[in-house]
Each structure stands twice: as structure tokens, then as C-alpha cells.
Design a protein around this ligand. Structure first.
Ligand code: 5GP
Length: 212
């Protein structure tokens, strides 16, 4: 059995363009991309069991009580959680696992599994997220405002992640993401410039938050 399997936890504020980056990065990799449970309603085009397991509040609460989640959190008035069994099963079989979750959940995972690799994708600015959320047009204004406020709170915590990359330009973001992923797998120092404890990273986070 390959016991080198790693758990990658990726966070990026809503409207940050992470879907496009992640689709590109993971299209040729054999990873298990965890499907979360959520109590929010599906958006147009989202498929139950593929994008999320869309479940009711009482079902979610029952699963939480039964410790069926690796982590779970509230976000913009809904619950989101990572089913524990499938994550555990895949790691045990030697397959890397990717969770794409928000910050509260990411810190729960790090606490439970300190060897997990936490990666944060920064948007170029809060204004850009605002623009993308409005352009996407899938949420009402009040929900957009909640998501923007969640985004600011999340970006403030980016420096607690292991690695931080910027999604300013898609091609560059994909390249940087691949460097971090490969380096974390190989456990070498090739991604050190993306480490969150560096002054450059802190400066970058500060710049993104400006005008928030
Ligand atoms: P959305 O509603 O836009 O799909 O997701 C909202 C936020 O919830 C995103 O930041 C997304 O990464 C996060 N999220 C998705 N699944 C999970 C999960 O299982 N646990 C946690 N904690 N957050 C999640």
C-alpha cells in the first residue's frame, strides 16, 4: 500500500475563480476530490452527488451528531461538511484527497490531521470578487453581500495556511498551484516562496484587503 497519500485542503473565497484553476490542475491527476454535504439549494447546472450532496437541515444535523463529518461549518446561512468515511478510505488506499472548503473547516482538519497541506487561493482584490459574483448572477444581492463579508474574514486568515497563491492570471495561478502541489508531495523546498509565513505573502494579503 502506498502510504504516501496526502490530504490537500484548499480554500478560496467565493467568486475567486478557484473552480477554473482546480479543474485545470486536477484534470490529469489521480486524486479523490471530496464531495461535500450542504444544506444550500443547488445552483442551476449543479448535480446532486457530483457537485454536492444536497441534504436537508435535519439530515445534516443527524450526520454531525453521529460524527460522520471530518469537519463541518456554517457559511452564509448554510451548513457544509466533509463526509469522513470516503476521505479516510481513499487515504488508506494510498490516493491523495482534495477538499475544497472554507476556513473554519480547514482549521478543524489541520487540528485533526496536522499533516494535511493547507492552501489558500487569493483573489486579486475584494472588488474583483464583487465583480465576479455579480457577473455570475446566481445569487441575490443580500447573499452576495454575505459572501463578500465571509470573503474578507477568510482572507484575513490566509496567513495561517501552509501556502498562499494568487489568482491574478489563470495560467500563472495554475503553474504556481502545480509547483506547490508537487513540492508538497515530494516534500522538497521548491514551493518555499509560496509559504504563508513570508513577509511577501503577508504584504500580498494586506494589499488584497485594501479597500475592502
Ligand atoms: P458554495 O456555496 O459557493 O459552493 O460554497 C461556499 C463555501 O463553502 C466555499 O468557500 C466552499 O469552499 C465551502 N465549502 C464547500 N464544501 C465545504 C465543506 O464540506 N466544508 C466546509 N467547511 N466548507 C465547504
Amino acid at each position: 500500500m502506498n502510504n504516501n497519500a496526502k490530504l490537500f485542503v484548499i480554500s478560496a473565497p467565493s467568486g475567486c475563480g478557484k473552480g477554473t484553476i482546480l479543474a485545470e490542475v486536477f484534470k490529469n491527476r489521480d486524486v479523490y476530490y471530496s464531495v461535500s454535504c450542504t444544506t444550500r439549494k443547488p445552483r442551476e447546472g449543479e448535480i446532486d452527488g457530483v457537485h454536492y450532496h444536497f441534504i436537508k437541515n435535519d439530515q445534516f444535523e443527524k450526520m454531525a451528531q453521529n460524527n460522520e463529518f471530518l469537519e463541518y461549518a456554517g457559511y452564509a446561512d448554510h451548513y457544509y461538511g466533509t463526509p469522513l468515511e470516503t476521505v479516510k478510505g481513499n487515504l488508506e488506499q494510498g490516493r491523495d484527497v482534495v477538499l475544497e472548503i472554507e476556513t473554519k473547516g480547514a482549521f478543524q482538519v489541520k487540528k485533526a490531521m496536522p499533516e494535511a497541506v493547507l492552501m489558500f487561493i487569493l483573489p486579486p482584490s475584494i472588488k474583483e470578487i464583487d465583480r465576479r459574483l455579480h457577473k455570475r448572477g446566481t445569487e441575490e444581492e443580500s447573499v452576495i453581500q454575505k459572501r463578500l463579508s465571509e470573503a474578507v474574514g477568510e482572507i484575513k486568515q490566509a496567513d495561517k495556511y501552509d501556502y498562499v497563491i494568487m489568482n491574478d492570471e489563470l495560467e500563472k495561478a495554475v503553474e504556481d498551484f502545480n509547483i506547490v502541489f508537487n513540492s508538497a508531495k515530494a516534500e522538497d523546498d521548491k514551493a518555499d516562496k509560496f509559504k504563508s509565513d513570508r513577509e511577501e505573502t503577508k504584504k500580498l494579503i494586506g494589499e488584497v484587503l485594501e479597500n475592502a
